[in-house]
Write a protein that binds this ligand. Structure first.
Ligand SMILES: [Zn+2]
Ligand SMILES: [Zn+2]
Length: 233
């Protein structure tokens, strides 16, 4: 009797992890789901209820572990996006520019070119800003000053300025000078602090007059003194 029990205990049978009713004396695939059958001790199958209970426990355990991992991921996500403030680097600098069309300087001192809302670089909630706000922060005008561009986000290029003030500029026919040097593809150049850009479009023959009128560092610094949001002076 004892011997028989021992033999029975040693005997291995195979069952499907998903379908405990499937039993087989040798390995193979479950006819129901084609999963590989797994080896179990005959004893646990013989006392049927016990085996069912243990698979139930395993399933329950999996659910608990999955739920725990999901809530951990959710928790980390909340901490990362909502609790830790994601500041963009505190960029705020200025440069000068003029546009000369048909030998006349364009006037951007009009209110329609200005950004009135205060810049929101410091609020620590930049991930909630719209793409439009982010674009506008790159380059804009303030204080009714039409020749000083404010850069308040990294990666600003000159074309961002003209995009944001909605000034249609045919870059391929423009001729541009930065700090007195003729440059090609100026629209894709980064705006650097105290740069001075002169763009000629249309008929042009009086370069010297306008190149001598480029926005000076003194003029930019004067604009900075009126710039409420500017802490860099
Ligand atoms: Zn600004
Ligand atoms: Zn500014």
């Amino acid at each position: 009797m004892v011997l028989h029990q021992m033999k029975n205990k040693d005997k291995k049978i195979y069952t499907c992890p998903m379908h405990s009713e499937v039993e087989s004396g040798k390995g193979g695939k479950c006819p129901k789901c084609k999963m590989d059958l797994v080896k179990v001790k005959a004893e646990s199958v013989n006392s049927g209820g016990k085996f069912k209970k243990s698979t139930l426990n395993i399933k329950l355990q999996n659910i608990v572990i999955s739920a725990f991992l999901l809530s951990l991921i959710w928790f980390l996500w909340v901490v990362w996006y909502k609790v830790i403030p994601h500041k963009t680097p505190d960029v705020h600098y200025h440069a000068g520019f003029i546009v000369v069309k048909d030998n006349r300087q364009e006037n951007f001192a009009d209110f329609k070119f200005m950004k009135f809302e205060p810049c929101t670089v410091d609020n620590g909630n930049n991930h909630q800003e719209s793409e439009e706000d982010k674009q506008l922060e790159k380059a804009h005008l303030h204080d009714n000053i039409g020749d000083v561009v404010h850069v308040e986000r990294n990666g600003a290029k000159w074309k961002d300025l003209f995009t944001n003030i909605k000034y249609g500029l045919n870059y391929s026919e423009a001729e541009a000078y930065i700090n007195g040097n003729k440059v090609s593809g100026f629209q894709n150049r980064p705006i650097e602090a105290y740069d001075s850009l002169v763009v000629f479009i249309g008929t042009r023959n009086d370069f010297d007059q306008f190149l001598s009128k480029t926005v000076t560092r003194e003029h930019i610094q004067e604009a900075e003194s009126k710039d409420e949001g500017y802490g860099g002076h």
